[in-house]
Design a binder for this molecule. Structure first.
Ligand code: GAL
Ligand code: CA
Length: 358
């Protein structure tokens, strides 16, 4: 029997709702166990997807969308698509081995969510040697690396834009309701910043541009605290609990580089049992499902939609184009021959329903 990780058209693989994570883990296990096929043995498009870790809310939604959209594309085009998904478990050397296996298994296209953004060159050289097009996503390699070969692409969203939109959410709140937001009435916005993984483009630029949007608009700000919580809810909760203790009621806004950390800040506030009217304003990025619930309940003031579905769709469309020898620029909006940028979008209680319908 031809070994296969997953064929979307196979009726023997039903996937009940909520089993995505398990299925992905299973796929990774199968992959590690050495299943594989040979190029040209069948006419399937084989896409290897290397995740930096599956233990990341936003990344697991991108992976899930890739599965759905590949399945949908298979139905639409009649092209059989096999998706191989690996979990790098936050180790670059583990991910390197997984990329080697994808290449040995003669994948036709690789989609790589780097563990370490500076490790791109090694992967590029491997893929180029095999003539396999490479689509990086979410964790952006430096421009020099992207320019190394014509068949290197990046699918993502502008980190700067997400920071600016998050700043915009707070600026709007400040303008609409300064009296409430400026708790100590000094005309200055006192804030704390929960930062993502150090060195990640989204952590650096969201931190910078959220605040810059306010200062550019003439709002005076004061940073009371900042720390990394590595995109992680539990770490964010621990940091916030400490700040709440040390800074007793002084924080007016908590900027969070992503929604999981915003939910962590909310966890800490809930644990403290502080009356809701005394909570700082909290903003995130991603628009994950639990974050949208928190926006609906008013615990989270707003977030910025990180279009994981759009990013997954772009990768499937590009993979299909590359597979059939078409110019990927026919399938997606390609900037500078290498980049696909998906727009971000502000989310508050006001446009929540619109978003949930989509
Ligand atoms: C960001 C996202 C974070 C995290 C990170 C991983 O774009 O907002 O939640 O998923 O990517 O690289
Ligand atoms: Ca103030």
């Amino acid at each position: 029997m031809r070994p296969r990780i997953r064929s979307f058209s196979s009726p023997s693989c039903p996937r009940p709702a909520g089993s995505g994570r398990m299925a992905l883990l299973l796929l990774a296990a199968l992959l590690l166990a050495g299943c594989g096929g040979r190029k040209n043995q069948d006419d399937s498009l084989r896409i290897g997807v290397a995740l930096y870790t599956q233990d990341d809310t936003f990344i697991s939604t991108v992976a899930q969308n890739l599965e759905w959209l590949a399945q949908e594309a298979e139905g639409r085009t009649g092209q059989k698509i096999n998706l191989f998904i690996s979990d790098g478990r936050s180790s670059q050397s583990t991910q390197m081995d997984q990329v080697d296996r994808f290449l040995a298994r003669q994948c036709d296209v690789l989609c790589v969510n780097l563990v370490d953004r500076t490790a791109a060159a090694v992967i590029i050289d491997k893929a180029e040697a095999e003539g396999v097009p490479l689509i990086f996503f979410n964790r952006q390699p430096v421009a020099e690396d992207i320019q190394r070969w014509s068949q290197i692409y990046y699918v993502g969203a502008s980190a700067q834009e997400s920071g600016a939109l998050q700043g915009r959410l707070v600026l709007d709140a400040w303008r609409q309701n300064q009296e409430e937001l400026d708790r100590n009435g000094d005309g200055v916005l006192q804030y704390a910043m929960l930062e993502g993984e150090p060195g990640h483009q989204d952590a650096l630029l969201r931190t910078e541009y959220s605040v810059k949007t306010l200062t550019d608009a003439g709002v005076e700000v004061e940073k009371l605290a900042n720390d990394t919580a590595n995109w992680n809810r539990a770490q964010a909760s621990a940091r916030t609990a400490q700040w709440l203790e040390e800074l007793d009621g002084q924080i007016e806004v908590v900027f969070c580089n992503n929604d999981d950390m915003a939910l962590g800040a909310i966890d800490a506030l809930e644990k403290q049992g502080l009356d809701r009217s005394l909570w700082p304003l909290i903003v995130g990025v991603d628009a994950t499902a639990p974050a949208l619930e928190a926006v609906a309940s008013g615990q989270l003031y707003g977030t910025v939609l990180n279009d994981g579905r759009g990013q997954a769709q772009a990768m499937v469309d590009m993979a299909l184009a590359l597979w059939s020898g078409e110019d990927p620029a026919q399938a997606v909006d390609l900037e500078d021959g290498h980049y696909v940028w998906l727009p971000y979008r502000m989310v508050t209680r006001e446009n929540l329903d619109e978003l949930r319908e989509n």
